[in-house]
Design a protein around this ligand. Structure first.
Ligand code: FES
Length: 76
C-alpha cells in the first residue's frame, strides 16, 4: 500500500516548542500524507484502513479513495 500525495511546500518546516501537544507532551508527524494540518498528524490516517499491500491509492478532497492503476508522466 502506498499513496500519491500532492504537497506544495518547497522547504523544511522547523518545529517549535509550541508544536508540542500540551496534553500528550509529544509531536506526531504525519507519514500518510493525508493530514489537513500537515506536517502534523490529525487522525486522517484512519482513512487508510483497509488499503491492500501492493496497491497504490489516491484520495480525493472529499475523502474518496481510488486505486491508481498506472502513472503516466508527461514528456518534454
Ligand atoms: S499519519 Fe497522516 S494523519 Fe496521521
Amino acid at each position: 500500500m502506498s499513496r500519491l500525495v500532492e504537497l506544495e511546500g518547497e522547504g523544511p518546516r522547523k518545529l517549535e516548542p509550541d508544536d508540542i501537544d500540551p496534553e500528550k507532551g509529544d509531536v506526531a508527524i504525519c507519514q500518510c500524507g493525508l493530514s489537513e494540518g500537515f506536517p502534523f498528524c490529525d487522525g486522517s490516517h484512519r482513512k487508510t484502513d483497509g488499503e491492500e499491500d501492493g496497491v497504490r491509492y489516491t484520495y480525493e478532497e472529499d475523502g474518496t479513495r481510488r486505486r491508481v492503476e498506472r502513472i503516466v508522466h508527461g514528456g518534454e
